[in-house]
Design a protein around this ligand. Structure first.
Ligand SMILES: NC(=O)c1ccc[n+]([C@@H]2O[C@H](COP(=O)([O-])OP(=O)(O)OC[C@H]3O[C@@H](n4cnc5c(N)ncnc54)[C@H](O)[C@@H]3O)[C@@H](O)[C@H]2O)c1
Length: 281
């Protein structure tokens, strides 16, 4: 276990599954934390579980830039520096799945607002300080950055865009001591994944039809957190967990056209997608 003492880490979405698990893993290794989440979340509870030592909390909505500025100011005021940022807060397209045709008005804007603009706001607020400390910014994307986003298009579009931000940021930081990376979780056992695992019967059937069992088995937040800690230690350009997704990412130029064509010809996928279209009010 490497020692992260002296490192100051800011995590958005820290009251939730992945953010809270990474916070716990880093805190155990000595890091000081600034935990960021919305007012309705239980950040106090997360901080209390960590013993309130080396922990500051900042209630902030990532869609509001000035609230991120305030969270970064909390980091500087409390710990005097900022070394690592995990831009992680995110939401799903909803508790029930929809197609682009049947999606309610406003869903796209809401998902892009949190998952993409929220990451942008976090990066922009933190960047001068991370450059100064020669630190690392990790942007939470998803395997949906490169998988077909059928029945989950707003979410997939947001995560593909986050990947682009992260890649560009890493290259743009090459002339500094700081760097950036992209986190690509597969399915992780948190509320966001519920929709595809029983929360919505059509989404569950679609995922079961489109992905073989080993690919769609959700992993624990602890496993994800261990991989994130290792990635932070080596300032990784990409962190893909579970690793079984790496070949799909590497071969996406070949795999994606084939899988898109197969999905578009599969009778069960077409039937389920048509049912989702029928949810249009
Ligand atoms: N769970 C998965 O299967 C999975 C897979 C790939 C990527 N991800 C991504 O991982 C990240 C964390 O998700 P999770 O699985 O831990 O879900 P989660 O719902 O457990 O946690 C998300 C956290 O983000 C917070 N949040 C939501 N909107 C916010 C806002 N506007 N401002 C500040 N905080 C806000 C929530 O309050 C919550 O604490 C998300 O970006 C998600 O898209 C999750």
């Amino acid at each position: 276990m490497k020692d992260h003492s002296g490192q100051v880490v800011l995590i958005t979405g820290a009251a939730g599954g992945i953010g809270a698990a990474v916070a716990t893993a880093l805190h155990r290794r000595g890091a000081s934390l600034v935990l960021v989440d919305v007012v309705s979340s239980d950040l106090d509870g997360v901080a209390a579980a960590l013993g309130n030592d080396r922990v500051a909390i900042a209630y902030a909505d990532v869609t509001q830039r000035e609230q991120l500025d305030a969270a970064v100011a909390t980091a500087l005021r409390t710990f005097g520096r900022l070394d690592v940022v995990l831009a992680n807060a995110g939401i799903s397209s909803g508790a029930t799945a929809s197609t682009i045709r049947s999606a309610e008005d406003g869903v796209f804007e809401r998902v892009i607002g949190v998952n993409l603009l929220g990451v942008w706001n976090t990066v922009r607020a933190a960047l001068p300080h991370v450059v100064e400390s020669g630190g690392y910014i990790l942007l939470t994307s998803s395997t949906y950055a490169y998988l077909n986003g059928l029945a989950n298009a707003p979410y997939a579009a947001s995560k593909a865009a986050v990947e682009q931000l992260g890649r560009a940021l890493r290259t743009e930081l090459a002339g500094t001591d700081a760097t950036a990376g992209v986190l690509y979780p597969g399915w992780v056992s948190t509320p966001i994944a519920d929709v595809a695992f029983g929360g919505d019967d059509i989404a569950t059937a679609l995922v079961a039809r489109a992905f073989p069992t080993p690919l769609r088995r959700p992993i624990s937040t602890d496993k994800l957190a261990r991989a994130v800690v290792r990635g932070i230690e080596r300032r990784a350009p990409r962190i893909q967990v579970p690793g079984r997704w790496i070949p799909f990412s590497l071969l996406r130029g070949i795999v994606n056209p084939i899988s898109d064509a197969m999905l578009g010809r599969d009778a069960d996928i077409i039937r389920l997608t048509t049912e989702l279209d029928g949810r249009r009010k």
